[in-house]
Design a protein around this ligand. Structure first.
Ligand code: 13P
Ligand code: 13P
Ligand code: MG
Ligand code: MG
Length: 364
């Protein structure tokens, strides 16, 4: 059976500040998705939240970039924005750049990750959702899952993984893409993946079967809007087992925190903290950035789950390390490398300060 998985997300208002999601917005989304399921637009759905981002997880048989499915998501975000305005939630409609839908939510603010697949006899998938960071945050874990044998034993010992994976990498600044193969081209690949503020992995494919293995959202709001309107807290879908890494290999990159950009005002480096669903409410200095993992088995397009994959004491050490790193970075206050370099900050008073002080800067 051919199934399309669509995860479309947006921040349409935070509760309180940018820390979390108000239940009224989740309810509104559930109500509208239930109706869409009733009229057979969707096979199934789940509404989730990571921090202040509303996550619509949908299955259907209409393929990627389907205008009806995208319009449904857009309508839900518009209705949720009304609810958010009524409650005066923070940044109501933050991620919506336009009020008029034009066939596809891409470029309109929401983040999108979609894959059309032939559902296997057993189809375990994990949907990762992060808050207070951006799409490049997936580069390191995707590299580990699909290219690093120290993480994924299957690359060495499983026939189905041994040929490696192909990575489609997007340059979010010049709007170009390239596909590079692991393991043969990993040194070339890491040149780009190691610069996650500019490059993000959009898709990963099995080289043995050509099947899609992973897809992420790479919309970058700052580039889309040309000015700061909120970050692009990312999502990704990863298939597991069989021709893909095992569930445990897909989760393993998150056993240690790594540093991402985002956090307070989208302008700081901080550790990505692996948490259970209930702990994904970034509050300390609006962070540190969070990632949750929702595990599902697909059954003819029906979503069996979610299982809260990071709700496991085996990730406690990752959380402890993240707290240690967070405290260490916080002590830097407004200094780099905690604060992002000037040209990468989501918003900055630099232009105004230069205007004010321009004439007082003298040649050396
Ligand atoms: P089971 O024997 O529990 O199915 O596990 C197999 C496996 O490959 C785990 O990574
Ligand atoms: P969000 O992108 O999650 O809304 O966070 C914005 C921010 O400025 C946090 O300090
Ligand atoms: Mg917000
Ligand atoms: Mg957010």
């Amino acid at each position: 059976m051919t199934v399309t998985l669509s995860v479309i997300k947006a921040d349409i208002g935070g509760y309180v500040g940018h820390s979390s999601m108000h239940p009224a917005l989740v309810e509104k989304a559930q109500e509208m998705l239930e109706k869409a399921k009733g009229r057979k637009l969707l096979i199934d759905y789940r509404v989730m939240a990571c921090g202040d981002d509303l996550q619509l997880i949908m299955t259907h048989s209409r393929g990627e970039e389907n205008s009806e499915v995208h319009k449904l998501a857009f309508d839900i975000f518009m209705a949720g924005t009304e609810e958010a305005k009524r409650l005066k939630l923070y940044g109501a409609g933050q991620d919506l750049l336009s009020e008029a839908f034009s066939g596809n939510v891409k470029g309109m603010g929401p983040g999108v990750a979609e894959m059309e697949i032939q559902e296997r006899p057993s189809e375990p998938i994990i949907i990762f959702m992060a808050d207070k960071t951006s799409a490049g945050a997936w580069n390191l874990p995707l590299y580990k899952m699909f290219a690093d044998p120290f993480n994924t034993a299957g690359l060495v010992i499983a026939e189905s993984l041994h040929r490696g994976f192909a990575f489609e990498i997007h340059d979010v600044r010049t709007h170009r893409k390239i596909t590079l193969n692991a393991p043969d081209e990993i040194y070339d690949m890491l040149m780009f993946l190691g610069a996650p503020s500019r490059h993000a992995v959009k898709k990963v494919f099995s080289r043995a079967s050509g099947e899609i293995a992973a897809v992420s959202s790479t919309e970058r709001l700052t580039e889309v809007a040309g000015r700061y309107v909120g970050k692009d807290d990312p999502v990704m879908i990863v298939r597991c087992q069989g021709n893909f890494p095992a569930v445990g290999e897909v989760l393993e990159p998150f056993a240690h925190p790594f540093i991402v950009e985002g956090w307070m005002r989208g302008s700081h480096h901080g550790p990505l903290m692996t948490t259970s669903f209930k702990d994904a409410n970034p509050s300390r200095f609006d962070g540190p950035p969070r990632v949750i993992a929702a595990g599902f088995q697909l059954a003819n397009g029906t979503l069996v789950g979610p299982r809260d994959m990071f709700d496991d004491p085996a990730f406690d050490q990752a959380r402890d390390e993240a707290n240690t790193l967070a405290s260490m970075l916080r002590r830097h206050g407004p200094f780099e490398p905690h604060r992002l370099p000037l040209d990468e900050m989501e918003y900055t008073t630099m232009a105004g300060i230069m205007k004010k002080l321009g004439t007082r800067w003298e040649p050396l």
